[in-house]
Design a protein around this ligand. Structure first.
Ligand SMILES: N[C@@H](CCC(=O)N[C@@H](CS)C(=O)NCC(=O)O)C(=O)O
Length: 101
């Protein structure tokens, strides 16, 4: 998994989700708490979106989160990535422990 260079353009973040799924809500909450700008695709609103999510991720469950070309996975995967300090570098940001302020 290649992290983008720190300080470059932030990668596009996409989350396939539904509006009722509690795991989607938890993932959304984490991204929002880190001020991550992301595109949310409701797989129930767009007929082709579910198939696109399954093709890209190989999974059927929501949420499925992508940062650039990297498939992060679902809610648990996102939280695990964050817990081991991998989220910020993947977003092209300095690791959280190096952040000032
Ligand atoms: N461990 C997964 C659980 C996700 C999950 O169970 N999502 C449910 C909706 S709340 C789902 O999509 N179930 C249908 C399926 O697994 O195909 C995660 O952290 O994202």
């Amino acid at each position: 998994m290649n992290a983008p260079a720190v300080g470059g353009n932030p990668p596009q973040v996409v989350m396939y989700a539904t509006d009722w799924c509690p795991y989607c809500a938890r993932a959304r909450q984490l991204l929002e708490s880190r001020q991550v700008v992301f595109q949310e695709i409701d797989i129930e609103a767009a007929p082709e979106a579910r198939a696109e999510m399954q093709r890209r991720s190989g999974r059927t469950s929501v949420p499925q989160i992508f940062i650039g070309d990297v498939h992060v996975g679902g809610c648990d995967d996102l939280h695990a990535l964050e817990a081991r300090g991998g989220l910020e570098p993947l977003l092209g940001r300095p690791p959280a422990s190096n952040r000032r302020g």
